[in-house]
Unconditional design. Structure first.
Lengths: 409, 311
């Protein structure tokens, strides 16, 4: 039973029992609970994770995993560790070697909405998307689950993931108990500025981005609604995890004022990085993972965690409806929840790891990376992190429409 | 082709006699067979999407409940009222870009056609060369060229040209990026080859002896151009302006990358309605109205320009 390597003895025993005896999900859950309790992770059951086998409308299709050892994995660009010549993906190849599952990895996701538009016709028609595992940002993952287009995962094959998933990622309001998804990496949305372009002036809050005349015409905000409005809500003293429609309108009006005053230069996706490096953009709302990379080349780029807090989200692995290799996908998800594998991945992609126990492993690889709060958040950063609450379909359309008008489209 | 195979040349006598009626019928069908690939292409890639979008534009519903055709024509009116500014802006930007393309492209095409000599092919390759790079990369390159602290903007600023453009309202805050000027320049640059190539092909066909004849009749070079060269090249002008104006008015990349929130065009709205807001009916209605607007403008234009050759 190679898949249990690295787990403590009692946990391993519990998994083996539950697997070999082929029990019903209820008893398996009980065994699992006992095992975890012994392992000192009793906090898990305390936070009341609902049954992961609780099917919330997700479609389970016949699984051919045992006969067909293959897996099609769609991910974002530059989002997996690569060798220096960029020809090999060490952690993924190690998985193939260990499990004998042939992974077809493609980095064909460049945008949540475009990818959704691409796979939507097949999903709506009940056909296979040709993909067994996809990585989508939480609000898009939430939409997939809401629409019943994500398969429920079987915790039997996710022992490491279940044990090592960090506490704060366990119960998002859109997928309680992670019944359908597991985080690939976490994302922090913070404020960044180019010290040279601000002439040494520090930028510390969203208010300053929206009002400071010294930054006029050189501020960029993200074209992702949840990041830009979420940060504005925090700045206005509201909670992104529980705001009302009125709060949302107030935040939009707040940003609109800055747009009308020509304070805001652009709403951008990832391309703000070029502008920030060249100084066209003096200050902006930015994704922490990009900043780690940028700072390596441009020491004048600084990041700030605003006192009001920041938005965090996750990119999540899920198995789209119609996939016939769910078990293979689950094994891959589980593979990346072994701390030494997760550490290798994080050291390369520089995003927040959702897996506990990575810090110790990272220390062995690179001390600087291990102590970078943008990769392993410290207690202060964790305390300031806020998720953006999930939206109903109706809210999503209404809010996106208002935000689209704000960004000029 | 069917008709040919029934009567192989060289052995007419051995061919079994075909009833004259059937042969005639087959011959009548030949053109349709030849048209078949084109018709199929049109049906699959033009007619079917058009019908699909037309139907989408009068549907209502949501992702969860699905969409039903409810003949909700109000979508059109609502969408127009809300986004009329974007239509106007798109048509103005595309119009200016087309005029600029013509002003830059005509002298260039003229030079290549008549004055380039052995450099002609080299120059043509240089016109087409940008196509070897992706549209997106070329537009992104302009972000570097027009950077706030870059050479171009610094020089323009030193020469006080930016003050002039700022007073015209097409730039702001001593910068070019994220202004109307940047978007129009981007459009002009990206669609310039579509102007030059038709212009070149119509100029290149002109017999140089016509110019000599005009000279013999005491026409000065300018008169020759006005009375001879330009009228003959008119189909090229019309084709070039259409090939520039139509895609430019639907473009969204230039506005997105080079513009600020106040320069977004109708293409940006349609894109965000389709992908982000998921308001498919409004997106489809907006697309149809854009098509209708362009169709009207183009038909008036072609009628005025009077190019029977072209249509």
């Amino acid at each position: 039973m190679e898949m249990f390597e690295g787990l403590s003895e009692p946990v391993r025993k519990a998994w083996e029992r539950s697997l070999t005896n082929g029990r019903a999900s209820l008893s398996r859950r009980r065994v699992l609970g006992a095992g975890l309790g012994v392992a000192g992770a009793g906090a898990l059951s305390a936070c009341g994770i609902p049954a992961a086998t609780n099917n919330q409308g997700g479609v389970k299709s016949d699984d051919l995993s045992d006969k067909d050892k293959s897996l099609v994995f769609s991910n974002w660009q530059l989002y997996i560790d690569m060798s220096d010549d960029e020809k090999h993906m060490p952690t993924l190849e190690a998985f193939e070697k260990k499990t004998g599952i042939k992974v077809k990895y493609s980095d064909d996701i460049t945008d949540n909405v475009e990818f959704f538009a691409k796979i939507k016709p097949q999903l709506a028609a009940g056909q296979s998307t040709g993909r067994d595992l996809v990585v989508l940002t939480d609000w898009m993952a939430a939409r997939m689950i809401r629409l019943g287009w994500a398969q429920p995962l079987d915790p039997t094959y996710l022992p490491h993931a279940f044990t090592n998933l960090e506490q704060r990622f366990r119960n998002p309001d859109w997928d309680p108990g992670r019944a359908h998804s597991y985080p690939w990496q976490g994302i922090a949305t913070v404020i960044a500025y180019n010290e040279k372009a601000t002439k040494g002036k520090k930028v510390g809050s969203v208010s300053q981005l929206l009002d400071d005349p010294d930054l006029k015409g050189r501020v960029a905000l993200l074209s992702e609604m949840r990041d830009t409005i979420g940060m504005t809500l925090l700045d206005m003293g509201k909670q992104p995890e529980s705001f009302t429609a009125d709060d949302f309108d107030a935040a939009v009006a707040r940003v609109q004022k800055a747009v009308d005053g020509k304070q805001i230069r652009q709403f951008t996706g990832n391309e703000y990085t070029d502008g920030l490096a060249s100084g066209n953009i003096a200050a902006c709302v930015a994704w922490a993972g990009d900043l780690v990379q940028l700072q390596a080349d441009n020491p004048e780029i600084k990041f700030v965690i605003p006192p009001a807090g920041y938005i965090y989200s996750t990119d999540n692995m899920l198995v789209p409806a119609g996939s016939k290799h769910r078990k293979n996908a689950e094994l891959l998800i589980d593979w990346y929840y072994q701390p030494e594998i997760a550490a290798e991945l994080s050291a390369w992609v520089n995003y927040i790891t959702p897996c506990t126990g990575v810090y110790e492993e990272l220390l062995k690889i690179d001390e600087d990376v291990a102590n970078n709060p943008l990769i392993i958040p410290n207690a202060e950063m964790k305390a300031k992190a806020h998720p953006f609450r999930s939206l109903s379909s109706k809210e999503e359309t209404a809010f996106e429409d208002k935000f689209a008008k704000l960004i000029g489209a | 082709m069917a008709a040919l195979s029934t009567a192989p040349a060289g052995a007419p006598a051995e061919v079994p006699p075909v009833p004259p009626g059937a042969a005639a019928r087959r011959r009548r069908l030949v053109p349709y067979w030849l048209l078949l690939p084109g018709i199929l292409w049109l049906l699959v890639f033009f007619a079917a999407p058009m019908v699909y979008q037309a139907s989408t534009s009068v549907q209502t519903g949501s992702l969860e409940t699905g969409y039903q055709v409810t003949w909700h024509f109000a979508t059109y009116w609502d969408a127009f009222r809300e986004y009329d500014v974007f239509y106007l802006r798109s048509l103005i930007y595309a119009g200016i870009a087309t005029v600029l393309c013509l002003a830059i492209g005509y002298p260039l095409a003229y030079t290549i056609a008549f004055k380039a000599g052995r450099w002609r092919n080299v120059l043509l390759v240089m016109v087409i060369a940008p196509f070897f790079t992706s549209f997106l990369i070329r537009t992104l390159a302009w972000k570097t060229i027009l950077a706030d602290d870059g050479y171009v903007v610094t020089v323009l600023d030193k020469l006080h040209i930016l003050n002039v453009t700022a007073s015209l309202g097409i730039t702001a805050d001593d910068r070019v990026l994220a202004t109307p000027l940047a978007v129009v320049c981007g459009l002009t640059y990206n669609f310039l080859p579509f102007m030059i190539l038709p212009l070149y092909s119509s100029l290149e066909r002109i017999d140089p002896r016509l110019h000599e004849a005009a000279g013999d009749l005491y026409a000065r070079p300018f008169t020759t151009f006005r009375k001879v060269t330009f009228p003959i090249s008119l189909p090229g002008v019309v084709a070039g302006t259409l090939l520039t104006f139509i895609p430019a008015s639907g473009d969204y990349i230039n506005a997105e990358l080079l513009g600020s929130p106040s320069e977004q065009m109708i293409g940006n709205v349609i894109q965000s309605k389709f992908l982000t807001v998921l308001d498919y009916p409004t997106a489809a209605a907006l697309s149809f109205m854009l098509m209708a607007a362009i169709l009207v403008i183009v038909s008036v234009y072609i009628r005025k320009a009077g190019t029977e050759e072209l249509v």
